[in-house]
Design a protein. Sequence first.
Length: 341
Amino acid sequence: MSPDEAVALSFAVLSDLPRIGLTERLQADDPHLLELARSLLPHASRVRTAAAKRGIHAVAWNEPQFPTALLTLSDMPPALWYRGTLDALNVPAVAIVGSRVASPIAIETATRIANDLASRGITVVSGLARGVDSAAHRGALQTGRTAAVLGSGFDHLYPAEHEPLADEIARNGIVLTEYSPDTLPLPWFFPMRNRLISGLSRAVVVIEANEKSGSLITAACALEQGREVMAVPGNVLSGRNRGAHALIRDGAKIVECADDIVEELCGSPPASGTRETALSSASSGVSDDPIVAGMDHGQAYDLDGLAAASGLDNVRLLSRLIDLELQGRIRRVGGGRFIRC
């Protein structure tokens, strides 16, 4: 499958592109997917050319620039459409999600935690929704970068009043979606996009979520993907925090500040205000890293091969590979394969 064919699949309707086992089918060059992609190529090419004039680009799953963190998903998207810089996804990321009808304290908390995380070189990921999501994006923009994951195409950005916020995010971070530009913001697309919010992140932090909050879907995706789930406790009288408190009862770490998040992920809270990537440096390893040592120069290795050689499961291995990529010791060459630098 060529990258152009993979991008063309982003135009397929859901009935033609079921999500179960999609990653495996993409990697195996499934004949049905190839036939479908080739039928969509002319339309995809026209839309892609027009979108590029507006600063909207596409990256296929089998291109080196595709976010490494999404390669372990069982239903990774064939391609991503984006505005901004993919470099924003090449550093450790933490998702902050929560109520769309957020209380003032939830807005303040999301803003403060996102601001502090971004100041440490961590990308803050959220969904551009009203309430906690937009507060997290705005807080991160004050000191660093943020990534917004859409539940629609760029032609129908939702909610529309956040278009200026999306423009600001794209200037230093990234706005991305798995949906082609003309895709409407249909209700069932938003729960689906939540797996990308969690998939891009080392951890998901839930701030103010009731029992039916969509944020709990993101938390469930995080657990399935092997990511950390954390929650900010809140008022027990309002009912706004019952979902977050349920996560805490089930073992989610309690978060009161950014240090709680960083300490959970890397073992100790680094000094606030540093632009160095705290999570990366904490797990940078020594020069005789066993994963790198087991890779021959010039030979490409896929995740399954590296997992078998290292004895690590895919989630832990992927986290380690991201760190090694950031250190410049390995390089991704497409199709989810890596070579030693």
